[in-house]
Design a protein around this ligand. Sequence first.
Ligand SMILES: O=C(O)CCC(=O)C(=O)O
Ligand SMILES: [Fe+2]
Length: 324
Amino acid sequence: MDRIPTIDISPLSDPGSAAFAATVQGIIEACTGIGFLSITGTGVPQQAVDQVRQTTREIFAINESRKWDQAITRENYRGYIPMGFFTPNDGSGKADKYEGYKLHHEVAATDPVRAECALYGPNLWPAEVPSAKEVILDYWHQLDQVTDVLLGALESGLNLTPGILRDAFRNPMTNMTLLHYPPQAAEEAGYGIHPHKDTDALTIIAPDPVGGLEVQTRSGKWISPDCPLGGFVVNIGDMLELWSGGRLKSTPHRVVNRSGKERYSFPYFAVPRHDVIVEPLLHALSGFDRPAVHCGHWSAEIWRTNWPDEAADEDTPELGTLHD
Ligand SMILES: O=C(O)CCC(=O)C(=O)O
Ligand SMILES: [Fe+2]
């Protein structure tokens, strides 16, 4: 499949209907083919998306020194990620051209889950943009609903026990990154984000109309998703690939911002609860041989190995890094 289909998911609200079955079939074809699809009919109002994009702009407009005051640390993977901070540890030595702001599933400092897994906690919301917390969490909760609907469709399409995927997302490790990519000159080498696979279950992005996201087809070509205004790009990450025994595909993608304009993006990464062990729920396809993943451990390793002086080990295969 050399194109990314657009699918209206509104029939998923009517399980049992013929339109539900046809929509599930379309989603399964996209996810077992290119691993990406554009969705419409989510019920998320365009205004909610516009507000998050505006909030993202405002956060990156905060003065540089104040942004550094809220920078991400090894102990707390939340807050500002300065430009070039995470050089991919693939040996290329070339930093990605973005700045970010990392957010995780919001829980209060007193939440009992923190005793079970130390990665949970409150976010660092920037005081300079007082509306950020409300605007982003409102959007986040809407995407939690969209995720639930998509997981229900995948359970149905893969003939899994109803609820087996959805139940793994109670008190999840879902996270978001706010991203700002300055324009890259035509002759400039390097990427906004280098080619990688996502390590989560699934990702939902409201694409910036300036473009720049590119997806690798199985034949090795790079194509751009064609997503209508108001739609979202969804892709399968490593965890759903693993759950499905290799049927659903986690596909390499990258960002190159040659639009001449600032690009703002805010991917939502759905990740199960810390104690969930992701392993094939169906017999694995031949040649698909990946070890089970414990979500809390996996997330801790992703936090750790993003620092350029830290490397993944045998215990933590891949972590989204592509090897030639
Ligand atoms: O900004 C985008 O469109 C994609 C970002 C991305 O692939 C990621 O953060 O994993
Ligand atoms: Fe990605």
